[in-house]
Design a protein around this ligand. Structure first.
Ligand code: MTE
Ligand code: MO
Length: 406
């Protein structure tokens, strides 16, 4: 037993170079030196374990924040039985999703700098020192691959550029997130001692590379890059900075009725129904309403944002019939959820389920008007759902059927 454990330990820590035939083994240092000398870039004084450690710490903040906010958005859209998303505070989803996109964008310069700071290690020789080393290197490759794939697919999605993504974005983005966060935890566990040593060492110590001036230069440049990409993109959801909004793909206030359109009526294949329009409400006492009957029900006006998963958001003044009133009309029991269907025939977002908390909230409306005028066809004429603290994807447009769910 003891002997077997001993052998396992040897395998775990064995240096494969020591297993090579002597003539080859003797050449390894020369080959290593050759690679180093051929690549003067590898000896850049800008790199050091301290620089890498600080960049690592920055990523250890942005990445989990991005992961957690993304997970919240996923859970709201696909709620398991234990998850209830509240309808208040009104602006919460706008903030969490804004933070998700902002930290995702901020991750790009930090991640690139981090990769630059360690890439000579790719050519490390010998490539594998022992089993422990092999596993830690493999986890790094998984981490780099997943992290790059996450920021790339995320940015392609907010740019709404789908041809380079022949797979289904949300599913891929969700599972890659788990892989990335798992690999990140392994990486942190493996590297923590190195980070602690590097940061404990006095900055002026020789041997650990970068001079303080170099280090401050690199970290300052990365910090400035993060600041710039953030400032020129958060305006899409943080209105005071909207004038700086150069990089974000959306100007939320440009569109019919001063509000951008995510999917237009033409894209959704929807045309004006007018006199032919009927709202079907399926519940204990089903009802079918004409547009005139719907318009004759009690209305109220609320100021609520559309907050898209893509990171833009904009507030509108919506007027319509409280969902609660429609539920009462068909005798829906307390605590009901509502499946909302639209005149759109295909597409993932043609229907959605309104959670119980949002069905109860008196500010949730089947809206017929936006900013004082009849809803534009692109915004969902004749009526669309608008509810507090809910992602845009669940605020269905062109509604023509409501189904009460227990
Ligand atoms: N029927 C239907 N409703 C929909 C969508 C859709 O594709 N089909 N897109 C949703 C998404 S993703 C968002 S962000 C909001 C945007 O609303 P707007 O186009 O009025 O700005 O509408 C939502 N309602
Ligand atoms: Mo959206």
């Amino acid at each position: 037993m003891v002997r077997r454990a001993g052998r396992l330990r040897t395998l775990w820590t064995a240096d494969p170079v020591s297993l090579l035939p002597r003539p080859i083994r003797d050449r390894v240092p020369a080959v290593t030196a050759l690679i180093r000398d051929r690549m003067p870039e590898f000896r850049s004084p800008l790199r050091s374990t301290r620089v890498t450690s600080w960049l690592g710490i920055a990523l250890a903040i942005t990445f989990p924040v991005c992961f957690a906010t993304g997970l919240v958005s996923h859970l709201i859209q696909h709620p398991p039985s234990w998850f209830d998303w509240p309808s208040a505070p009104t602006q919460l989803y706008r903030v969490t999703q804004g933070v998700h996109i902002a930290t995702g964008i901020a991750t790009v310069p930090i991640l690139l700098a981090k990769l630059w700071s360690v890439y000579p290690k790719l050519f490390e020789w010998p490539p594998v020192r022992n089993l422990a080393h092999l596993l830690s290197r493999l986890s790094v490759f998984v981490l780099i691959g997943a992290a790059l794939a996450q920021v790339t697919t995320g940015i392609l999605n907010i740019a709404r550029w789908y041809p380079p993504m022949p797979f289904f974005f949300t599913v891929a983005h969700h599972w890659l997130a788990w892989i990335a966060i798992g690999a990140l935890l392994v990486h942190i566990a493996v590297q923590l001692p190195t980070v602690r040593t590097a940061l404990a060492r006095r900055p002026a110590d020789p041997g650990e590379g970068a001079h303080p001036v170099h280090r401050r230069g690199v970290l300052g440049a990365v910090g400035a890059a993060v600041g710039v990409v953030t400032l020129v993109s958060v305006g899409q959801t943080f209105r005071p900075l909207s004038r700086l909004d150069l990089l974000a793909p959306r100007r939320p206030d440009i569109g019919p009725q001063h509000l951008t359109v995510n999917k237009s009526a033409v894209e959704a294949g929807v045309t004006r129904a007018d006199d032919r329009y009927r709202l079907h409400i399926d519940g204990p006492r089903p009802r079918v309403l004409t547009l005139a009957e719907l318009a004759a029900l009690p209305h109220r006006t609320v100021a609520l944002p559309i907050a898209c998963v893509e990171g833009w958001s904009a507030t509108g003044h919506w007027t319509g019939v409280p969902i609660r009133h429609l539920l009462a009309l068909v005798g829906a029991p307390a605590g009901s959820r509502l499946r909302v269907e639209s005149a759109q025939r295909g597409g993932l977002y043609r229907a959605a389920t309104l959670p119980a908390a949002h069905c109860r909230d008196p500010r949730s409306l089947l809206a017929l008007r936006l900013n004082g005028a009849e809803l534009d066809l692109d915004h969902g004429y004749p009526c669309r759902v608008i509810a507090p603290n809910l992602p845009g994807v669940l605020q269905t447009k062109w509604v023509d059927r409501l189904v009460v769910l227990p």
